[in-house]
Structure formats: C-alpha cells, structure tokens
Design a protein around this ligand. Structure first.
Ligand SMILES: [Zn+2]
Length: 316
C-alpha cells in the first residue's frame, strides 16, 4: 500500500505486490490538522483493503522526515505533525512494515522506478506545487542528507530577486515559482495597477487562473510564468554544477503550466549550461503523482525484503 500525505491533498493506493499495478486508488483534500489527515488516510486504506493481505506500507510525507524513515519531524503547512511516530502508528494500525520518506525524495524515487528518470543512476527531481522541493537520486539510491532535509531547493536563492519568502529570507526560488507565489505575485501586481485580463476575476486569483490567462495571451500572466520558469531553469543549472546528474525532472501542479513556462526553463537552463548540453530538464511522467509512485516503490522494496522497515532500524 502506498500513502501520500501532501499539503493540499491526501492519496492512497493499493497495488499488486508482484506486478506493482494499482488495484485501487483514493484521494481526499488534506484536513487542517494531522489528526484529521490520519483519520482520512486510515479510512481510505480500510476501504481499499477489505480482505486483501497487506505486505508493506510505503509513505510519502510533505514535510521533514527523519532519515531512518520512522518519524515525522513536522510540516510547515499542516499543524500537529511535530515529532509524530507515523511509521509506528501505521504499523500498529495495519499490521504491516512501514517506511516513511519525504515527498521530494519520494518523487525522485517514483520517477526513477516508474517514470522519466528510469535508467538513470544520478538524477534530480524538483517539485513545483504549493511549495517547491525535490529530491536526489545519487549512485542509484535516494540521498536524504544527514538530517533528512536534502532537496529543499525551494529555499535556494535566485539571482536578482528581491521577493521575500515566508522563511524570512529574500530571493528564494519558492517565492517566485511555487503556485502560491505565482498567484500572490499576480495579485500584488494587479493591486499595483498592472493591466491584465486577470483583473475583475471573481474570487481569489490562483496559479491556475494565471496559466489559463497566459494561454489566452495575457502579458502579465505570461510574464509571471516566464519569471517562474526562468528561476527554475537557473536553479536547475546550479544543481547540475553541484551534482553532475544525468537528468532533471520537474513535477508538481505548476509543471503543467501554460507557455512560456517551459520555454523559460529551457532557455535559461541551456543559456547557463557549461556541460555542452548533455543534461536535460524534462517534465515528470507523473506530474501530480510522483510521490505516490515513490511510496509504491518503497512498499514494493519492503514487501520483497530489499530494504528494511523503519522500526527494525530503530532497534539498532
Ligand atoms: Zn525561503
């Protein structure tokens, strides 16, 4: 079974342990507190399981996870997750070995096992969604870092940016390129008197609105998507300099944004390339679901004894 605790959505999937094919999947909106998320995920899991024998549970969590894959350290979006032993909770509830991984690393693993990063040994996944994050696959394995915080690409600085990030610093990638930021920056420019077909839309402007209006030719919307794409291309180029990967995949809802988003990524990335252009930046195969596929990959490895569950690692 694969579970994905995201900042805006929860997902659960039951797969065949031999073929890895999905048997059932379920989705729900993320409640405001960890207790609500646990209740919703447990109920989705119970609905799917009925009489099925459960071999293992792989979990993607949108927040800080300890490197042993046992406990959640916290979430910047949903409250109540501080130092919660999620792996143990799930093992007790469902009687199966469990391992938890951060959603950025899960996305990298999901794209490596089932998507566009298949066949690579060194690769990077960047997710551009409510926030910006990502993960590494180095020497064929997920690289989680010393404390589990590797892949926090959202807080790498973009040159010449003066936008303040919610982390308190100025110029973070997330403050330009996340869906939240694209929408907020659109609202700020409209409030500053910019002309745009976005003006007068009912309700609060979203990144989806910006994408739709960019597609219809609105210059403000196109400019915002260009800035988001160019910032991602710049950071991707820096990651190539640091890690020398074979490929970089971009996932998350914003990765499906209208042009000029992808042109900006590619132009900026190739303009800064120093390797003669052998590394490619490509859309993820599972733009919205890469972390759930990563959770599935973990569950399959656990079920087949290729990795250890978090609880046995705890006893070392
Ligand atoms: Zn930041």
């Amino acid at each position: 079974m694969a579970l994905d605790f995201g900042g805006t959505k929860l997902a659960a999937g039951l797969a065949d342990a031999l073929t890895g094919e999905w048997l059932q999947t379920r989705r729900a909106t993320t409640p405001a507190h960890a207790n609500g998320s646990l209740a919703v995920i447990a109920s989705m899991a119970e609905e799917m399981l009925s009489d099925a024998h459960l071999g293992a549970i792989g979990v993607s969590f949108g927040g800080h996870v300890d490197v042993r894959g046992a406990s959640v350290r916290g979430s910047s979006i949903v409250s109540g997750w501080d130092n919660l032993p999620l792996g143990e909770w799930l093992t007790n509830r469902f009687g199966a070995p469990t391992r938890v991984i951060n959603d950025g690393s899960a996305g990298a693993l999901g794209e490596h096992s089932f998507g566009i990063l298949a066949g690579t040994i060194n690769a990077i996944y960047i997710t551009v969604s409510t926030g910006v994050g990502g993960g590494f696959l180095l020497e064929g394995r997920p690289y989680l870092g010393t404390t589990g915080l590797a892949g926090e690409f959202g807080h790498l600085p973009v040159r010449n940016s003066q936008v303040r990030c919610k982390c308190g610093r100025v110029g973070c990638l997330e403050a330009i390129a996340s869906g939240t930021a694209v929408a907020a920056n659109a609202r700020a420019r409209l409030a500053g008197g910019a002309h745009s077909t976005l003006k007068g839309l009912p309700g609060v402007i979203t990144a989806q609105d910006v994408s739709v209006h960019a597609d219809s030719g609105d210059q403000l919307a196109q400019g915002l998507l260009w800035e988001a794409g160019a910032a991602i291309g710049e950071i991707a180029s820096g990651l190539v300099t640091s890690f020398d990967p074979q490929r970089i995949a971009i996932g998350g809802g914003v990765a499906g944004a209208a042009e000029p988003f992808w042109t900006a990524i590619q132009d900026t990335f190739s303009g800064l390339a120093r390797d003669g252009g052998t590394v490619t930046v490509v859309p993820a195969a599972h733009i919205n679901d890469a972390p759930l596929y990563g959770a599935l990959s973990i569950a399959l490895q656990l079920a087949h004894g290729n990795i250890a569950p978090s609880l046995s690692l705890d006893t070392k």
